[in-house]
Ligand binder design. Structure first.
Ligand SMILES: [Zn+2]
Ligand SMILES: [Zn+2]
Length: 374
């Protein structure tokens, strides 16, 4: 056991290397910009003040969002997604997959879930011994199930998921702003150093210091390089937010009762944005948690739309209590009834679903959001 423990500790230590690398680059960029550029190179006091104010604003927002992305714990499935003790024992003793699935189906009838495996089975993590909520995946690097898992990011040494996805987007946004600001303001001094000073026309040259020259030239190259790489990643994640998809779902569409649907969780552009950033715009740009929901349940557009149609035509039948429920006994019906009774869920996703189910007049809202996606 001891060598495994040591190996695990070494792996954990090594995993911090990319974060330390970024931290060192950021510290150096701070020194190079503030000391070497603003204090030693720029001659105008006014320019110095303006640059330093905007630099520090972007620096603080960047470091704040980076910190929150790194140190926000990934959210895990709640206890209700663990099998009851008796079911867990019989699941572990059972060797036949069909009987194991029966146990899972029985346990899952009381859980709010829409998605299944590709084969239509209940999604279960053997490692964490937990029924996976919608959009939850097991991360082998963190060795845990993470709610609305997006990906494991080595640059933050953390899983990006429900609890920190907004922080991650803001981290990309502010790092882009930080690099763009540096590249844009350093550019004129970069050109001066590169051209004028090479011709040794010292009068037009900024304070001619080899030290500063090296830092300013290098600062521009590094900022421009990071700009290009972050821009593509940031654009991709903005597109994902607009579509309400995680990176995992972009590669493998979630499977619903009606089959796999890559837009299964998409509610229309505005609502998709609100899912991640919240509905209060004043908090959108701050790395404060404002994402909607609890990470365990998410409104699914086709499931809800189908139920709205059903609700407007016929009264919802009582959900079956049979232990031998199969796919034809809708787990969605069960989950929605449960959501409607659950105060915690009703605050967030439940609101959306309760409105859909109970108020037939609001079915138009759903129809619009579905159409906008199709
Ligand atoms: Zn797991
Ligand atoms: Zn992870």
């Amino acid at each position: 056991m001891a060598p495994t423990h040591v190996l695990r500790c070494c792996q954990r230590g090594l995993a911090w290397i990319p974060v330390i690398f970024i931290a060192l680059v950021v510290c150096w960029s701070y020194y190079a910009y503030v000391v070497e550029l603003c204090l030693f190179t720029i001659l105008s006091i006014g320019e110095q003040i303006v640059y330093l104010i905007f630099f520090h604003l972007s620096f603080i927002m960047f470091v704040w969002s980076y910190w929150k992305t790194i140190f926000t714990q990934p959210a895990n499935p709640s206890k209700e997604f663990c099998l009851p003790k008796a079911d867990k024992e019989s699941y572990e003793k059972e060797e036949r997959p069909e009987t194991q699935q029966e146990i899972l189906w029985r346990a899952a009838t009381s859980l709010p879930m829409y998605t299944r495996t590709g084969a239509g089975a209940i999604r279960y993590c053997d490692r964490c011994q937990v029924i996976k909520p919608d959009r939850c995946h097991h991360c082998s690097a963190c060795d845990m199930c993470v709610l609305k898992m997006d990906h494991h990011c080595p640059w933050v040494n953390n899983c990006v998921g429900f609890s920190n996805y907004k922080f991650f987007i803001l981290f990309l946004a502010y790092s882009l702003v930080y690099c763009l600001f540096i590249a844009a303001t350093v550019l004129q001094y970069f050109i001066k150093f590169w051209t004028l000073c090479r011709r040794k026309s010292a009068e037009n040259c900024p304070k001619n210091d080899t030290h500063a020259k090296f830092h300013v030239l290098f600062l521009f190259f590094v900022a421009a390089m990071f700009c290009i790489s972050i821009l593509s990643l940031f654009t991709y994640h903005l597109w994902l937010v607009g579509k309400n998809r995680s990176t995992i779902e972009a590669f493998r569409a979630p499977v619903f009762r009606t089959g796999s649907d890559k837009n299964g969780f998409s509610l229309g552009f505005r609502k998709n944005i609100a899912q991640v950033f919240g509905d209060q715009k004043k908090y959108w740009l701050l790395p404060i948690f404002t994402s909607q929901g609890d990470g365990l349940t998410f409104p699914a557009r086709l499931v809800n739309a189908a139920d709205v149609e059903q609700a407007t035509v016929t009264p919802r039948p009582e959900p079956s209590k049979s232990a031998a429920d199969d796919v034809s006994v809708s787990p969605v019906g069960e989950s929605q009834n449960r959501l409607l009774c659950n105060d915690q869920h009703a605050n967030n996703i439940g609101d959306h679903q309760a409105n859909n189910t109970l108020k037939s007049a609001e079915s138009e809202t759903i129809t619009i959001s579905v159409e906008s996606e199709s």
